[in-house]
Design a protein around this ligand. Structure first.
Ligand code: TMP
Length: 213
């Protein structure tokens, strides 16, 4: 079972993944929690390049290929082996981030992005995707507070610094994607307290896992 979490920056994905991982482990399941960009040997090198404000000059296509390179390696080194080993894999961002950010956000062609995503993942597709939906104003304020709390000198990474308009397009993109694939992509209202959000997350995941038995 491969479950991905999506949403704008600051939507609370990592909190929900932590809660869900604990819940699944308690119910006796093997869990692998991972993230993009940056988990795995190549990702560790690519993440700082992708997120550093000083790389604002990266052109859209170069940025895209870095995310795709990270994903291809991440699938072959981390995700596919964990799935083969029987784990429930929880991944913070995956193919839909590329469609939402590089497609709806940057304006790259969605059909082309789908083809490139398919090349990168080589058949490894999420069974369930939870979009944590939140107003970008709220998400960005949270992301900035988190960056400062983590000791960053600057409260903004390359993405947090982009205009609100960009993040609104990304949010709208996720909602469009969910409309197009209502079975796989479920939208969760992330404007609530973490415990309330988790109730919805847990129900959706238990429903999916129950069905998979
Ligand atoms: P995060 O790890 O804090 O979620 O930040 C990763 C940033 O990278 C986030 O702003 C979204 C962006 N991103 C893309 O633009 N395209 C992608 O394919 C992925 C995985 C992330």
């Amino acid at each position: 079972m491969f479950i991905t979490f999506e949403g704008i920056d600051g939507s609370g994905k990592s909190t929900q993944i932590g809660l869900l991982a604990a819940h699944l482990r308690e119910s006796g399941r093997q869990v692998a929690a991972t993230f993009e960009p940056g988990d795995g040997s190549l990702g560790r090198e690519l993440r700082p390049i992708l997120l550093d404000l000083k790389n604002s000059g990266l052109c859209d296509r170069a940025e895209l290929f870095l995310y795709l390179a990270d994903r291809a390696q991440h699938v072959s080194e981390v995700i596919a082996p964990a799935l083969r080993g029987g784990a429930v894999v929880l991944c913070d961002r995956f193919v839909d981030s590329t469609l939402a950010y590089q497609g709806y956000g940057r304006g790259l062609d969605l059909a082309m992005l789908r083809e490139l995503n398919a090349l990168a993942v080589a058949g490894t597709a999420p069974d369930l995707t939870l979009v944590l939906d939140l107003a970008p104003q709220v998400g960005l304020a949270r992301a900035k507070a988190r960056n400062l709390g983590a000791g960053a000198q600057d409260s903004e990474g390359r993405f947090e610094a982009l205009a609100l308009d960009f993040h609104n397009r990304v949010r709208g993109g996720y909602l469009e994607l969910a409309k197009g694939e209502p079975e796989r992509i479920r939208v969760v209202d992330a404007g609530r307290r973490p415990g309330e959000i988790f109730e919805d997350v847990r129900c959706l995941v238990d429903e999916k896992l129950g069905g998979a038995r």
